[in-house]
Design a protein around this ligand. Structure first.
Ligand code: CTP
Ligand code: CA
Length: 224
């Protein structure tokens, strides 16, 4: 289907979205993961698609179903997510909404670790996962024109997110306060601050769908 058939400000643009958690195996039956329903990333992919973008949606094992009309690439681990992102590029914009596990088990066990009847406990050795957002932000050739990261923070949200934007080299960071008292984690609403070279812009509390539509509209402005 040609891009010309889909109307909207993002017609003809390819946008990559990562979403959901990653699962890092310990053995065939156990894993470590981040808490993430995939709801915000899914809403963003749907909103971009509604504006006419061709969307590649790279998702870890999420609770919510991926939106219709996007190209879904399902992955399990951070390393698989990086591989899928590299295959999906080039893109006009890339939005990294996934909650990627920072560490994987250095050498996952091929067989199930059994409880030791003598009561001794297993110990795990970790290795750091690749930072997909930083890798894409710092690409020398073929970097997407717009690279957007997310940051779930507590305490001084703007300071943490601004430092994260500088460190990773992305254009925007969508930051939110996940302190327990905000009730954001696992809920249907979000209160975000958009950090760009222009500073911090606080958005009012709204549903995750509304955040997605507002962000998609901003992406369209930035690409046109
Ligand atoms: N991210 C990524 N790959 C990773 C870790 C994070 O692409 N291995 C992306 C996330 O999708 C998100 C952004 O980076 O867009 C920020 O993730 P976050 O966990 O807040 O950043 P970290 O650098 O891992 O910092 P922290 O120590 O606060 O977890
Ligand atoms: Ca992290």
């Amino acid at each position: 289907i040609s891009a010309a058939l889909s109307a909207g400000p993002l017609a003809g643009k390819h946008v990559l979205v990562t979403s959901g958690p990653t699962h890092e195996p310990i053995d065939p039956v156990r894993y470590i993961a981040n808490r993430s329903s995939g709801a915000q990333g899914t809403a963003i992919a749907a909103a971009l698609s509604a504006l006419g973008a061709s969307v590649t949606f790279v998702t870890g094992p999420a609770d919510v179903r991926p939106p219709a009309g996007v190209n879904v690439v399902a992955v399990e681990t951070a390393q698989e997510m990086l591989g899928a992102v590299q295959v999906a590029l080039p893109a006009d914009a890339a939005i990294f909404a996934a909650a990627v596990a920072d560490w994987r088990v250095a050498s996952a066990n091929a067989s199930k670790i059994k409880k030791d009847t003598s009561g001794s406990l297993p110990s795990l050795e970790f290795a750091e996962n690749p930072d997909i957002l930083a890798i894409v932000s710092q690409m020398v050739d073929g970097r997407p024109k717009l690279v957007v990261g997310f940051a779930a923070e507590t305490d001084d949200v703007v300071a943490h997110a601004t430092a994260k934007r500088d460190r990773k080299g992305c254009d925007w960071i969508v930051a939110n306060d996940v302190s327990p008292e905000t009730g954001i984690m696992g809920g249907s609403e979000n209160a975000v601050v958009l950090i760009s070279s222009g500073g911090a812009e606080e958005w009012p509390r709204m549903t995750k769908d509304q955040v997605a539509r507002k962000l998609a509209a901003r992406v369209a402005e930035a690409l046109t």
